[in-house]
Ligand binder design. Structure first.
Ligand code: NAD
Length: 701
């Protein structure tokens, strides 16, 4: 029997489990709660212990086992990571969907690990918790796969800040198993002996439950709703009745590391424990399970992005060549190493990479570091940078070339390899770093300005190539205090321009919920604005080949930027060019609506008219096909309470609405009811017609 590697990324679920308050109480009793913890065992004012979640969806773990075809005689629960998005209700429904995300090979005779990830929602689709589970298949090694990433959590040298002693009863598994894990190893003495144990052993998840109670008691007493994450590795078995100590180190506000110790033989029964707690902000952006690669992250802006992403759950590859500001010195490992250590001190995961982005091999090796350490890349921030300023006549070829190589070619080298991974997995977020010097010009920086504007061109096309793979690419033009700006920003501004002011935008653009792609933002000191290439309406200056004098005569019309447009694709601009010839005499005051807005403006406004609260649990893509003078296609995607509008045709819309530009304007401005337009044939709807009825409640009038 071999592992079924084809099960990778195959959907598992929905697995549905109904539960009542009695299930939550039974679980609490199974993990040692009693009269002194009535909150968890008495239906009056009952609260649910968060670790109940994983016990209650034990079936999901079984599905990973069956789907992966792991040899059941060698199966162990290796690691568990739970992230809580909402408090667990006292009764209701758990709806779990997930997949196997990795098969790792430790070789023979060590075994294999199978990683699964599931998201559990309530009956209304509200996300309750995410779980990442690692099964260990002792008998499945040697299939030729990659080794798992080495994860080491650095525990503080000092004694634990808190020790909580617990004594599971000798009968503990008999109660615990009623919560779902009926495996006979925990109850049948003969079976236990047959597989090499003295007697039945504790369920790992039962000991995990004891640890959860101890952590809550110490860090969020009486407030299970404040538990945000609980992760660990099961390292040794434990017999029922043996006393345990839960060792807890507080490492920062809202985060602790923990272990469970068998007090009889001092073995670590559960290791690598992470516990995060505090209020669960409703709209918090998290990166749990996401892998981010940041170039030039050994200092300045890159370092700040790395620390902020790590605080929100991401795993990091810290690339930094460690050279001088002008890139002329040889590299050093210390900047990247220092940041990796800072991230580990936060209790998060990071690995260093010292490659030079300016080389083809460097780009490949940076992405390979991510694959080897963490198995994938979800986020890439192209940030590495140097400066070699000279006025143009002193701009020798090597000065020009070295700056192009780091900024523009560097972005190409790294992105190419990351893009392949992202394309294969159907997900990616990429940040490019430009500069105001490129967007607007700056004396003495022709090399830097061209490279930085080249990066914008790279993004413009890559956003189109990435669109159908859910890869979103945006560009920032930061202003921040760093070694690149120390001799150019005035001292008072240097103090105020901490990189911390830039990081929030970068994190938002890296998030799942990022609604935009292909945009440029200036950002710094708490100020953000969008920069874009606007194109004026223009004019046809002659029916034949014009004379230079014709250009001169029409210069005011040519230069007029009234009602200028932002194009998102070359075709839009070429389309307008042809349209201008089709109807050169027709003025734009088409007798439409009496309103100056056009169809494109309405779509641009849509995200700001969107009502997120009305979109709870709604996941739908509308395709609009508009005909007439203002013709075009737009898709409106409503997912995870956000609204994204994209010009063009979506591959898989749920519902397509076709109408003329005039009718569209009339409907959106309340002059024509959608129902009337539909019944009179002005509005045609195909696909899931029922979904079109959502539009009215999703947008403000
Ligand atoms: P910084 O010098 O503090 O950081 C840049 C990092 O990139 C350094 O740690 C450096 O060692 C690393 N690096 C340089 N060349 C590399 C290479 N070839 N391979 C790998 N790593 C390399 O500067 P910063 O201000 O944090 O700049 C970050 C980015 O932001 C740069 O792209 C820069 O051009 C851009 N930017 C910064 C500002 C600003 O105000 N700080 C303004 C506009 C643009």
């Amino acid at each position: 029997m071999a592992l079924n590697l084809n099960a990778l990324n195959e959907p598992i679920g929905p697995i549905i489990r109904d539960y009542s308050w009695k299930d939550a109480v039974l679980y609490a009793l199974g993990i040692g709660s009693g009269m002194d913890e009535l909150d968890y065992v008495y239906e009056k004012n009952l609260k649910v212990i968060p670790s109940f979640s994983i016990a209650a969806i034990f079936d999901f773990l079984s599905h990973i086992g069956t789907k992966s075809n792991v040899n059941l005689s060698g199966i162990l629960h290796g690691e568990q990571d739970l992230i809580f998005h909402q408090p667990i209700p006292t009764d209701g429904k758990f709806v779990t969907e997930g997949k196997i995300t990795h098969f790792y090979d430790l070789g023979q005779p060590k075994g294999a690990t199978i990683v699964g990830e599931g998201i559990t929602c309530d009956a209304k689709g509200k996300k309750l918790f995410t779980n990442m589970i690692t099964l260990f298949g002792k008998l499945d090694g040697g299939f030729g796969g990659e080794a798992p990433p080495k994860v080491k959590i650095d525990f503080p040298e000092r004694a634990p800040d808190i020790i909580v002693s617990e004594r599971p009863s000798p009968n503990q598994p008999l109660v615990y198993r009623l919560s779902g894990d009926l495996f006979v190893l925990h109850v049948d003495p003969e079976f236990a002996k047959m597989v090499g144990f003295e007697k039945p052993i504790m369920h790992g998840l039962c000991t995990h439950g004891f640890a959860c109670r101890a952590l809550m008691k110490s860090l969020v007493p009486g407030q299970p709703e404040k538990v945000r994450r609980m992760a660990c590795r099961f390292s040794k078995t434990l017999y029922p009745g043996i006393p345990i100590d839960v060792h807890i180190w507080k490492i920062q506000e809202g985060k602790a590391l923990w272990r469970v110790i068998n007090t009889e033989n001092q073995e670590i029964v559960i290791d690598n424990g992470i516990f995060e707690y505090g209020d669960i902000p409703k709209d918090e952006i998290r990166f749990d399970g996401k892998v981010a690669v940041i170039t030039g992250a050994g200092a300045g802006l890159g370092r700040t992005y790395a620390l902020e992403l790590a605080k929100r759950g991401a795993k990091l590859v810290i690339n930094d060549f460690g050279g001088s500001r002008d890139g002329l010195s040889s590299g050093q490992a210390s900047p990247a190493d220092k940041v990796v250590q800072e991230i580990k001190d936060l209790g998060a995961e990071a690995v260093a990479n010292y490659d030079n982005v300016a080389t083809v091999q460097g780009g490949e090796s940076i992405i390979q570091t991510a694959i080897k350490a963490f198995g994938t890349v979800d986020i890439l921030i192209n940030n590495a940078g140097i400066l070699r300023d000279k006025s143009f006549m002193k701009m020798e070829k090597d000065i020009w070339q070295s700056v192009e190589d780091v900024h523009l070619n560097g972005a190409y080298h790294v992105t190419r390899h990351a893009f392949q991974v992202m394309k294969d997995k159907g997900y990616g977020r990429i940040i490019m770093t430009t500069s105001a010097a490129g967007l607007y010009g700056n004396f003495g920086q022709t090399n830097y300005s061209s490279a930085k504007m080249g990066i914008v061109g790279l993004m413009n096309t890559l956003k189109l190539e990435g669109e159908k793979y859910n890869i979103k690419i945006n560009t920032i033009a930061p202003i921040a205090a760093s070694r690149l700006t120390e001799d150019f920003l005035p001292p008072d501004l240097f103090q105020k321009a901490k990189p911390d002011y830039v990081a929030p935008l970068v994190l938002f653009l890296c998030a799942d919920r990022c609604p935009v792609s292909g945009n440029i933002y200036n950002v710094g000191m708490g100020f953000i604005n969008r920069a874009a290439v606007y194109t004026g309406k223009g004019t046809v200056i002659s029916k034949g080949i014009p004379r230079p004098e014709d250009v001169q005569n029409q210069m005011s019309k040519i230069s007029d930027m009234t009602n200028a447009k932002i194009y998102t694709h070359l075709n839009e601009q070429v389309g307008d060019l042809f349209n201008a010839f089709k109807a050169p005499e027709v003025k734009s005051e088409t007798p439409k609506t009496g309103d100056t807005k056009n169809v494109a403006d309405i779509f641009k406004l849509m995200p700001s008219r969107f009502i997120p609260e009305a979109a709870q649990g709604i996941d739908v893509i509308f395709q609009y096909t508009i005909t007439g003078n203002d013709a075009g296609n737009w898709s409106v995607s409503i997912q995870q309470n956000t609204c994204t509008v994209t010009q063009g045709i979506h591959e898989k819309p749920n519902c397509t609405l076709s109408m003329s530009d005039i009718d569209f304007m009339d409907i959106t401005q309340g002059k024509l009811s959608a129902m009337k337009a539909y019944t009179s044939g002005k509005l045609k709807i195909s696909g899931d017609i029922m979904k079109s009825q959502l539009i009215e409640k999703l947008f403000k009038k």
